[in-house]
Design a protein around this ligand. Sequence first.
Ligand code: SF4
Length: 166
Amino acid sequence: MEKQQTKRIFVMQDRCNGCRICELRCSFYHNQVYSPTLSRIYVVKSELEGLTEPKTCVICGKCIDACPEKAISKSTTTGAISINGEICTGYMACVEVCPFEVMRFDHTKGVAFTCDLCDGDPQCVKYCPEEALFYMTPKEFSDFKKKEQQTKSTGEQKKPDVIPQE
Ligand code: SF4
């Protein structure tokens, strides 16, 4: 039997306009304040190249292996990374090992935090005005991208070769 895939957040970087609404909706959902420093998704901007790239947890599990206290696991309902604040001692091995720098640390509470997929209703995906974020399984996202590619190439074929003169 085929193993059921877990949904996670995928990004289409070329759609992102850098508005940072995702960051604000994230922190508001979790902390009831609009604060990018408390967001579990963050947008990297390269002014030089004019690029913006939202970064969020891809559930690689490196933090789970790195935690000496075994405070990190995968949620049994969503598959998201789940940190037990009662067990976390603030050692920050998870922060150091995270390849995407999306394991963050709340210095006020002394515990690590990262994307919890908002219990299956990611607010960043819901509120992104450019539809640059997707909550899908890898298979669903791959199918979506293929379809999008096909639509693009069909659209291009339909373009007239000669622009009609007025
Ligand atoms: S809300 Fe969407 S468009 Fe705005 S920064 Fe986040 S991912 Fe990019």
